[in-house]
Design a protein around this ligand. Sequence first.
Ligand SMILES: [Zn+2]
Length: 151
Amino acid sequence: MMQASKTVFKCVRKVHFSAGHRVLGHESRCASPHGHNYYAHISAEALDLDSLGRVVDFSVIKEKVGGWVDEFWDHSFLVYEKDVHLINALLMVPAPKKPFVCPFNPTAENMARYLLETVSPKVLAGLGVAVTKVVIHETDNCYAEASLCRS
Ligand SMILES: [Zn+2]
């Protein structure tokens, strides 16, 4: 017998930020400090819509997840906590924002995972909405995604 299909709704909010990074241990030029105009696509899913017919208002994702990104990643430098030389160099530069010291090597994949698993559940707690996928675009041609497994 065929299983009945179920509708799932998804809404996606795009968030832009500019940041520096380098990939510690990279085999080539990404080992050099450089920056990107990143786009994060934040996806929230629901089985039911709210009384107005939404998963969640787009502005909630922008304010909560986008607000966190603005505060900690935009116009900042993402540096891996094991990248001691770069951390020391960055701390010597007077700047309005401190570098964001990551518990991960700041690849697009790890950044997507951090927004999905750590940031989104924290900033959206109690709002009845769950982020299920984050896509990080580093360039027009390159992106990585992290998503929650349904099983
Ligand atoms: Zn890069």
